[in-house]
Design a protein around this ligand. Structure first.
Ligand code: D5M
Ligand code: FE
Ligand code: ZN
Length: 544
């Protein structure tokens, strides 16, 4: 097998039972004959060594250059060896500024910038410069809100009651500080014409014959009908409502209220929302994270070349600060996820799919901190929250000590809270809301809606399956600094009340189904996040 790229060298070394530090890999990639160099290096590795050092590689290369070794290997000083097919030149897109507007959208600015010289190319003539020297002590990655091992749900009716009670309790707490709400049972006996507020879960939304909106709000004591007149300036907020989300309304009770069939005329409507003044936390040093998802290994449309170019780029000096890799689900294509999916499978066994995924993961630099959560194609329960993979799959994916957590999870990376959620509910938000509020071309706008509702999957009973648990893992108790999703296979990012929302695209070309419904995926891009500034750069590894 040809060994022109660092990624292939890493994978070859791993298959022979070795890891190597980044500098060692770069040196091998720059050798005149990387195959021979690798053989020599492995053959003469110290007995106890599991990780090959740059010193060791350098020694072997020098010896052979001196004529002492019997294999013709040396560091290359021309660019002939390493600029083969696989070393692409990823385009860089414009970064997102730290705009203060509510929706600082920068979607669809992606496009390869071919004039960017040497972008992503491994410069074999200066191998020592493409060496990274990560400060491992400065790293930190903590996980919160992980359902894995905590699931108590039995699927019984009582569990649905408790999960909805918990959702209501926690989201109503966020709203109660803003309105002076009374329970619906108390509102019922208030005199007509009075003012009050209600915090409730949306149980029904209907338009009336005259074009007004009737919203039924439910709390733990009952339900109450609330009327939003069509000419009110907040009437278009009704378009954003989903069933089962928790909101607050303030208004005036109808004159006949204490007759028993009163109604609240709504004067204002509140979402739990993110405060406009929210100040995200940032890392104390310049360090970056690659936010990706939807790799779909095992699918005939998985883009192996783009992936390898991405992995190669991670080995370059340009990527030396990319120390974290966060994967928001759909590692593999899975089996039986959608009708007729098997016709497009490259690997039909789910375990083999994970084994192959793991091979691709090996191409990534060994020093990176990796965190993965499952998606709807992965081999865990479909209902959310999804626990992280079982032991058998963890074993298969143990490459580079990757960490695994449930969907959703909040991961705090050097002080930055990143809420990772695969994103199945985005399909629902996009289907239910008007186009300008949520659409596939601007997936971050649908994410803004989830932030506004402070819940990653508000609506029950639609596309998103919910597993009833004692507590609702899908509520956003605290505001994340970054919200990272995938699933819709579209790239888009922007800031909502200073929170960066990123949907990360995919590594799978358009499938037959996607073609039939006109989904045009953004495939082969890697959004790179500066953890110290929360600025974003998107790199393209696909060729178009
Ligand atoms: O889903 C990728 C995107 O495509 C996501 O928006 C759902 C949609 N999708 C893909 N296949 C189907 C089928 N067969 N029915 C409905 N929606 C579909 P992913 O789950 O990552 O493949
Ligand atoms: Fe996917
Ligand atoms: Zn998905």
């Amino acid at each position: 097998m040809p060994l022109e790229t660092p990624a292939r060298i890493v994978s070859e070394l791993t298959s022979r039972g070795y890891n190597a530090d980044r500098e060692a890999v770069t040196l091998l990639a720059g050798a005149d004959d990387p195959n021979a160099a690798l053989d020599a290096v492995v053959e003469r590795a110290p007995d106890e060594a599991l990780k090959l050092s740059a010193d060791h590689v350098e020694r072997i290369l020098e010896e052979s250059a001196d004529g002492n070794g019997n294999t013709p290997v040396s560091t290359g000083h021309d660019s002939g060896n390493n600029s083969g097919e696989e070393s692409g030149s990823p385009g860089e897109t414009k970064g997102v500024g730290s705009g203060e507007s509510e929706a600082d959208d920068r979607a669809n600015e992606v496009g390869g910038d071919d004039s960017d010289p040497g972008d992503g190319l491994i410069d074999v003539s200066r191998p020592e410069e493409s060496v990274r020297d990560p400060n491992l002590d400065a790293r930190s990655l903590e996980i919160e809100g992980d359902i894995t091992g905590e699931s108590t749900g039995t699927g019984e009716y009582e569990d649905f009651v408790s999960v909805f009670r918990d959702r209501f309790k926690r989201l109503s707490k966020q709203l109660r500080s803003r309105v002076n709400a009374r329970p619906t049972s108390a509102v019922q006996s208030m005199p007509g014409g009075g003012e009050t507020a209600i915090v409730g879960m949306v149980s029904d939304i209907r338009s009336t014959a005259s074009g007004h909106w009737l919203i039924e709000l439910e709390d733990t004591s009952g339900t109450y009908p609330c009327l939003v007149m069509k000419d009110r300036d907040f009437a278009d907020a009704v378009d954003e409502l989903l069933h089962d989300e928790v909101i607050a309304v303030e208004g005036t009770l109808s004159d006949d209220n204490d007759d028993g069939d009163g109604i609240l005329f709504v004067d204002s409507l509140y979402f739990p929302d993110v405060p406009r003044t929210y100040k995200p936390s940032t890392a104390d040093r310049h360090v970056q994270a690659a936010l990706i998802s939807d790799v779909h290994v095992g699918s005939q449309e998985f883009m192996a070349d783009a992936w390898s170019r991405f992995a190669d780029w991670l080995h370059t000096e340009e990527a030396e600060h990319v120390e974290y890799l966060l994967v928001a689900g759909d590692m593999v294509e899975g089996v039986g996820v959608y009708p007729d999916q098997d016709e497009e499978l490259d690997i039909i066994d789910i375990y083999e799919q994970y084994e192959q995924f793991s091979e691709y993961l090996k191409e990534v630099p060994g020093d990176m901190e990796i965190l993965m959560i499952p998606g709807n194609h992965d081999a865990v329960r479909l209902a959310e929250p999804q626990p992280g993979f079982d032991e058998e799959l963890r074993d298969i994916m143990s490459v580079h000590d990757a960490r695994i957590s449930g969907n959703p999870s909040t991961v705090t990376v050097e002080g930055v809270d990143i809420l990772m959620y695969h994103g199945v509910s985005l399909d629902e938000v996009i289907a239910e809301l008007p186009d300008e509020k949520a659409n596939y071309d601007e997936p971050h706008k649908a994410m803004y809606q989830l932030l506004k509702k402070r819940h990653v999957a508000p609506q029950f009973g639609g596309k998103t399956r919910l597993a009833p648990e004692e507590k609702d893992y899908l509520v956003m108790d605290t505001v994340p600094d970054v919200f990272h999703t995938g699933h819709v296979h579209k790239l888009g990012w922007g800031k909502y009340h200073n929170v960066l929302a990123v949907n990360s695209g995919c590594w799978q070309e358009q499938t037959a189904f996607q073609k039939s419904v006109n989904i045009d995926p953004d495939a082969g891009f890697a959004p790179i996040l500066d953890l110290d500034t929360l600025d974003m750069t998107v790199r393209q590894f696909s060729r178009n």
